[in-house]
Design a protein around this ligand. Structure first.
Ligand SMILES: [Zn+2]
Length: 298
């Protein structure tokens, strides 16, 4: 393939999987892959997983000029440091940018994974043209990304948008972030799996109509989900709330019902202007956003 301009790599490090893409100058995905992220083993193992992914692109003859990395957790994007990540083991102030820049000698940008996801959906996906957009990724945990007044919103420390850690039960389930009752303790893949004694969220959602125990889990999931979404809608007044991540597939048949509830329980002006949709790029939103974001650094 003949290309002009930069090819960039986008790498999305989640609690379980690492997803990566190579992006053409015209924003076409040239190649994609998925590997275990090894986030439960510690930062050195995550670094090895990133190296392995990049080597696969190099072996395929892809010449890239930058690497964007999206990582779950609190990210200092100026310093390229992932401070901590509640669902990652042994993680404290990891200089991911310097590590990977040292490994491959190209510019590297590090950003929170959900911020990457909202960035791609805003630039080229389901939120294109919006000025105010909220994205939630429902996976191992729940990530959040915000486009407010037409720009990626990071907050004072870069941690804004950690909507999975919005507490919805004051005396609720303890969370690794240090708080309790966090939204993600009730509406993530991990939460469903824990309640269903190890059964996968996919099976819990697909068998909810025939297994009463699963039906109850899903009903509670939706109740908690709606509580959080009404709060999020009233806080940010977005035009669209986008839902991505593995749990979204199972949730999609309930989306109309959820949307109706949220729109009727939010402030009238907020509800009337709001739509709730799934992401366009699904599990590639994060890696695509990382590959797009690093172009700003080239
Ligand atoms: Zn939390």
């Amino acid at each position: 393939m003949v290309t002009k301009g930069p090819i960039t790599l986008g790498i999305d490090i989640g609690g379980t999987k690492l997803k990566a893409i190579a992006l053409s100058p015209h924003n076409e995905i040239l190649k994609e892959l998925s590997l275990p992220s090894q986030a439960d083993q510690g930062p050195d193992f995550v670094r090895k997983a990133v190296q392995e992914a990049v080597h696969i692109f190099q072996d395929a003859g892809i010449k890239f000029t930058g690497i964007g990395i999206g990582c779950a957790g609190s990210v200092d994007h100026h310093a390229g440091i992932v401070r901590n990540s509640p669902n990652f083991a042994h993680w404290s102030n990891v200089p991911l940018r310097d590590w990977i820049q040292g490994d491959f000698k190209v510019p590297v940008a590090v950003e929170n994974d959900a911020k990457c996801a909202v960035y791609s959906e805003w630039k080229v996906g389901a939120g294109k043209g919006c000025k105010n957009l909220v994205l939630l990724t429902l996976g191992t945990g729940i990530g959040g990304g915000l486009i407010l007044d037409g720009r990626l919103f990071r907050g004072a420390t870069g941690t804004a948008g950690e909507l999975g850690h919005l507490s919805i039960h004051t005396q609720g389930i303890p969370c690794p972030c240090g708080n309790q009752g966090c939204f993600e303790r009730y509406c993530s893949a991990t939460a469903v799996k824990n309640q269903a004694k190890g059964v996968s969220p996919k099976d819990v959602f697909s068998k909810a109509s025939i297994v009463p125990e699963y039906k109850k889990i899903i009903e509670e999931f939706i109740f908690n989900f709606q509580v959080a979404l009404v709060g999020i809608a009233n806080t940010f007044d977005p035009e669209i709330i986008l839902l991505g991540g593995a749990v979204t597939d199972g949730l999609s048949i309930y989306l109309d019902k959820i949307s109706e509830h949220v729109k009727s329980h939010a402030f009238p002006a907020v509800g009337a202007n709001l739509s709730i949709k799934t992401t366009q790029f699904k599990n590639l939103s994060g890696s695509l956003g990382a590959a797009l974001l690093v172009k700003e650094y080239l």
